[in-house]
Design a protein. Structure first.
Ligand SMILES: NC(=O)c1ccc[n+]([C@@H]2O[C@H](COP(=O)([O-])OP(=O)(O)OC[C@H]3O[C@@H](n4cnc5c(N)ncnc54)[C@H](OP(=O)(O)O)[C@@H]3O)[C@@H](O)[C@H]2O)c1
Length: 228
């Protein structure tokens, strides 16, 4: 056992499930969240014999986020991953954006995860890391446009993650890194995506290991810096 603890918000499938499995294999105690019962996550918990504790959480429901604080002591968590995210459907052209679709995706992908990270921050130990699951699609410099809802939500998340870092995490000695997981074969990424979950997860855990907590950076799974 490595004696380390991680919390993964959004671990029912895809990248979050992959992170839970990999961290458990590395000896972490993992607190992994599902919104509704995930057979895959429960299977992983059985396979890893006690290393994965499953909690219920909808990242947009502050009460369910706060309940996670019952699962671990203040200052005991090495890594908090805010992985939960949605793509936002097919109506993403500029002239299709409406009040409800914008509010939903910005809340789910940007506001709720950073507010949840702020609420859970006291659990993270000095020298620990908060990893925000962003996307290269949230890079303004890298963008040729389109997929506006999703891009808008990840740009917003990056900005709120900067506030989380500068005003809250850094003063407590906790790092914040915004991650691009690559284009990954999951329900969201689809079967034609370029890399598998294991490649993405192992790369991102290397990035987290190398983060010194001094700056808030936007880094891809392969270690390359993503332009804001
Ligand atoms: N796949 C890619 O190529 C790619 C690329 C760049 C960034 N990302 C980002 O990486 C993250 C994971 O993506 P993925 O590909 O693994 O997606 P996925 O297969 O669609 O899984 C999404 C995960 O987020 C959870 N989730 C969604 N809304 C939630 C909410 N309100 N509360 C709690 N959990 C919620 C889902 O839970 P349920 O099972 O309950 O729905 C699921 O566990 C996302 O933030 C995504 O934007 C993915």
């Amino acid at each position: 056992m490595s004696d380390k603890t991680a919390i993964i918000i959004g671990a029912s499938r895809g990248i979050g499930l992959g992170l839970a499995k990999e961290l458990a294999s590395r000896g972490y105690k993992v607190i992994a969240s599902e919104r509704s019962e995930s057979a895959e996550l429960h299977g992983a918990a059985e396979a890893h014999e006690g290393a994965i504790e499953i909690v219920r959480c909808d990242v947009t429901d502050p009460a369910s986020v706060a309940a996670i604080k019952d699962s671990c002591a203040e200052g005991s968590v090495d890594l908090l991953v805010m992985n939960a995210g949605v793509y936002g459907g097919s109506e993403q052209e500029l002239d299709q954006l409406g009040r409800d679709s914008v509010a939903d995706i910005v809340m789910t992908n940007a506001v709720a995860p950073t507010q949840a990270a702020l609420d859970l921050l006291p659990l993270v130990k000095r020298g620990g890391t908060i990893a925000m699951m962003s996307s290269k699609m949230g890079s303004i410099d890298d963008s040729s446009g389109g997929v506006n809802l999703y891009r808008l939500s990840k740009v917003s998340q990056n900005m709120l993650a900067r506030s989380l870092f500068a005003k809250h995490a850094q003063p407590r000695g906790v790092g914040v890194v915004s991650l691009h997981p690559g284009w990954v074969q999951t329900d969201m990424g689809g079967p034609n995506a370029l890399i598998d979950v294991e490649t993405s997860v192992n790369g991102m855990l290397d990035v987290v290991d190398r983060d010194d907590g001094q700056n808030h950076r936007f880094i891809a799974y392969d270690g390359s810096e993503v332009p804001w």
